[in-house]
Design a protein. Structure first.
Length: 109
């Protein structure tokens, strides 16, 4: 855990978030600044700075993020209507919080 990281603080319950899903590996919560009617962040509990910092040992974590996304989309009632998955990698691509996270957006009409 990184005490300076907002997502680590959410995972440790030191910072509030609207958590919609959690298991032993991941937590998913609503984005504070949503860009869609449904905008969630799927975050590994292990602190990984970004996609650029993945190691071979992190392969299962990334697979779990992608495999859980449809289940989380179903929980949020956007699985059938459609949703988008997005990783921002580094500041130039819009990454603001440097803890790996997958955006799940949807809910448009």
């Amino acid at each position: 855990m990184n005490d300076e990281c907002p997502f680590c603080r959410i995972i440790a319950r030191k910072k509030d978030a609207d958590i919609v899903y959690e298991d032993e590996t991941l937590v998913a919560f609503k984005d504070l600044y949503p860009h869609a009617p449904v905008h969630l962040l799927i975050v590994p509990k292990k602190h990984i700075r970004s996609i650029n910092d993945l190691t071979p040992e992190d392969r299962d974590i990334v697979a779990e993020m992608l495999m859980k996304a449809p289940e989380i989309a179903k929980l949020m009632s956007v699985a059938r209507s459609g949703y988008r998955l997005l990783f921002n990698v580094e500041r130039g691509a819009g990454q603001v919080i440097f803890h790996l996270h997958l955006h799940l957006t949807g809910g448009w009409r």
